[in-house]
Design a protein. Structure first.
Length: 82
């Protein structure tokens, strides 16, 4: 069920809200993968931040797809040189 919700949110560029431990996270999900130990992880940018974060599937619960909020991914290609 988690994979379906996150895949749908990634394809439609919807933000998601979930609990990670005891913290509420609003995230712009980028992709789902596995770490070197074989556990599923989610990459995404927290709302209001520029850094991409990693979240373990095991610690994610209470997922809500925010269908009203859409986003465009920020992909830094090259810093501007002076």
């Amino acid at each position: 069920m988690k994979s379906f919700l996150f895949t749908t949110a990634i394809l439609n560029r919807n933000r998601v809200k979930f609990l990670y431990g005891f913290e509420e996270i609003i995230l712009e999900p980028y992709f789902v993968s596995r770490n070197k130990n074989g556990k599923k992880i989610l990459y995404g940018r927290q709302f209001g931040s520029n850094a991409v974060s990693i979240f373990e599937y095991d610690k994610i619960c209470n997922i809500k797809v925010l269908r009203i909020d859409k986003f465009s991914p920020i992909i830094p290609i090259m810093p501007i040189l002076n």
